[in-house]
Design a protein around this ligand. Structure first.
Ligand code: SME
Length: 151
């Protein structure tokens, strides 16, 4: 996996018990965005209590109006329902897509499971067309497995 070298730094951030969980997630998003050139917006959405909606958590990148996303809406809302990775090489080809910025060309969303339950997701927007490979999926699955241990 192309991103193996990032794992120690990811673990250092997540194991830093002097920071709150949200501070650690923010630092993690920042690390990913700084380390991978085509990651332009990196953030977490979490299920909002018992509601059928996602709520924006820690993120880095341009501020977004989409702080609440109903289940089923957009790429994020679809992953909340499907429980599966969603890799979008070209956002223009998607009907059910919520645009956060006109510069975004591609998106990847990886669900986050705690005890088998889909409780949120990491969402990454890219201003580069079709940049994501299986290495991104494996990296982000690893990240979410480690984040799940904190929650
Ligand atoms: N594009 C997402 C919305 C969230 S923003 O990318 C931050 C979607 O279609 O669900």
């Amino acid at each position: 996996m192309r991103f193996e070298y990032l794992k120690p730094e990811i673990l250092d951030i997540l194991n830093n018990t002097e920071a709150t969980v949200n501070e650690r997630l923010y630092a993690l998003c920042n690390l990913l965005r700084e380390s991978i050139s085509y990651y332009d917006w990196v953030g977490y959405y979490f299920r909002n209590g018992d509601k059928e909606e996602l709520k924006l958590g820690p993120y880095v990148g341009a501020p977004t109006d989409h702080t609440i996303i109903p289940f089923g809406k957009g790429i994020c809302g679809q992953v909340a329902v499907s429980n599966e990775n969603f890799v979008v090489p070209d956002v223009k080809a998607q009907d059910n897509y919520i645009a956060c910025s006109i510069t975004v060309k591609a998106e990847i969303v990886i669900p986050l499971f705690v005890n088998g339950e889909n409780i949120g997701q990491i969402d990454i927007d890219s201003n580069t067309a079709d940049p994501f490979t299986e290495d991104d999926e494996r990296l982000l699955e690893f990240v979410n497995q480690k984040v799940a241990e904190l929650l």
